[in-house]
Design a binder for this molecule. Structure first.
Ligand code: MGP
Ligand code: SAH
Length: 272
C-alpha cells in the first residue's frame, strides 16, 4: 500500500526558513573566520538566492503544488480526513468532492445499524464513516482509481473489511441493488457549481436530480442526498411531496468552521 507522508505548509515554511537561516549563518561564520566582512548587499543577494533555490527544490512543496487550484482544499485537508497524514490518497476530483469528515460523521449517524448503499462513493469520505456505524456498506463508483483510493483510505481508518466495493455505474447497477438507505453524493458539475445563484436539480450528474431520485426510489424510500449549498430547496420539497406516497423531508445545512459546505436532504417514508 502506497503511503505518502506530507508535511504541512507550516512545517515546510519553518524548515525552509530554518535551512535558510542555517546556510546564511554558515556563510557569515566562514567569512568572519577569515576576518573579512561580506558586503551587506552580497549577503542579501545570496540569502535571496538561497531562498529561491530552497523553494524551487523543496520536494514537499513540489508534491503539494502540482495543481494550484487544489491548494484551498489541501489547506482544509484535516477537515476532510482527520487522519490525512497517515496515508490518505486523493485525486483532483476527490479533493474538491469529498465530504468533510465532520459532515460525513453526522450523515452516517442517521444510518446507524442500517444497510447503506453509497452510490457515488468517490475516495471514501462518506463510506468510511458509514462503515463505522452501519451494519453493512456497499460503496459504488464508476472510476476504478477512486475505488482503489477509497479502499486505501478505508484501510487507514481500519474499516476496509466492513465495506463491499463495486466499480460500476450506479444507474446500471440500480435494478440489482438492495439496501435500507441510499446515499447520493453525485458530481455537481465541478467546483464552479456555486457560480450560479440557484443550483437547480437538472445540473446534477450523471443524470438530473429528478431522474436520480426516481431511480433511487425503486430501491428504497429512505434516500439521503448531499447537495450544493445554493440548491433550490423548493425543488427538494417538490421531490418529497410528488412521491407516492409523499415522503417526509428534513433539510440540514452542513457547516465546517462556521462556513456552509453543503446541504443534506433526508427523505423517508418514516424516520430513518
Ligand atoms: P467548495 O465550495 O468547492 O469548497 O466545496 P469551499 O471550501 O466551501 O469553497 P469556498 O471558497 O466557497 O469556501 C464545498 C464542499 O462541497 C466540498 O468540501 C465537498 O464536500 C462538496 N462538493 C463540492 N463539489 C464540487 C462536489 C461535487 O461535485 N460532488 C459532491 N458530492 N460534493 C461536492
Ligand atoms: N461522497 C464522496 C464524494 C463523491 S464525488 C466522498 O466523500 O468521497 C462523486 C463521485 O461520483 C465521483 O467519484 C465519480 O467518479 C462518481 N461517479 C460519477 N458518475 C457515476 C456513476 N454513473 N456511477 C457511480 N459513480 C459515479
Amino acid at each position: 500500500m502506497a503511503r505518502k507522508r506530507k508535511r504541512s505548509l507550516l512545517e515546510q515554511g519553518n524548515s525552509r526558513s530554518c535551512s535558510i537561516r542555517k546556510l546564511s549563518t554558515n556563510y557569515l561564520n566562514l567569512s568572519s573566520s577569515s576576518d573579512e566582512k561580506p558586503h551587506p548587499r552580497l549577503v542579501c543577494f545570496l540569502s535571496l538566492h538561497l531562498f529561491i533555490y530552497s523553494v524551487i527544490n523543496s520536494p514537499a512543496e513540489k508534491e503539494e503544488s502540482t495543481s494550484p487550484k487544489l491548494t484551498k482544499y489541501w489547506l482544509q485537508r484535516y477537515n476532510l480526513f482527520s487522519r490525512y497524514d497517515e496515508g490518505i490518497e486523493m485525486d483532483e476530483e476527490g479533493w474538491y468532492s469529498v465530504t468533510p469528515e465532520e459532515i460525513a460523521v453526522k450523515q452516517a449517524e442517521r444510518c446507524r445499524g442500517k444497510v447503506v448503499i453509497d452510490c457515488f462513493s468517490g475516495v471514501g469520505g462518506n463510506t468510511i464513516q458509514f462503515a463505522k456505524v452501519c451494519s453493512s456498506v456497499i460503496a459504488i463508483d464508476i472510476d476504478p482509481v477512486k475505488v482503489e483510493m477509497a479502499i486505501n483510505n478505508a484501510l487507514v481508518y481500519g474499516v476496509d473489511d466492513r465495506v463491499d466495493y463495486v466499480v460500476g455505474d450506479f444507474i446500471h447497477l440500480a435494478p440489482s441493488l438492495k439496501g435500507d438507505v441510499l446515499f447520493l453524493s453525485p458530481p455537481w458539475g465541478g467546483p464552479m457549481y456555486n457560480k450560479v445563484e440557484t443550483y437547480t436539480l437538472d445540473m446534477l450528474q450523471p443524470k438530473d436530480g429528478y431522474k436520480l431520485f426516481q431511480i433511487a426510489q425503486t430501491i428504497t424510500p429512505n434516500i439521503i442526498m448531499f447537495l450544493p449549498r445554493n440548491v433550490d430547496l423548493a425543488q427538494l420539497e417538490e421531490l418529497a411531496w410528488l412521491s407516492s406516497p409523499p415522503l417526509t423531508l428534513e433539510i440540514e445545512e452542513n457547516c465546517v468552521g462556521g462556513r456552509i459546505k453543503g446541504i443534506t436532504a433526508y427523505f423517508s417514508c418514516c424516520a430513518v
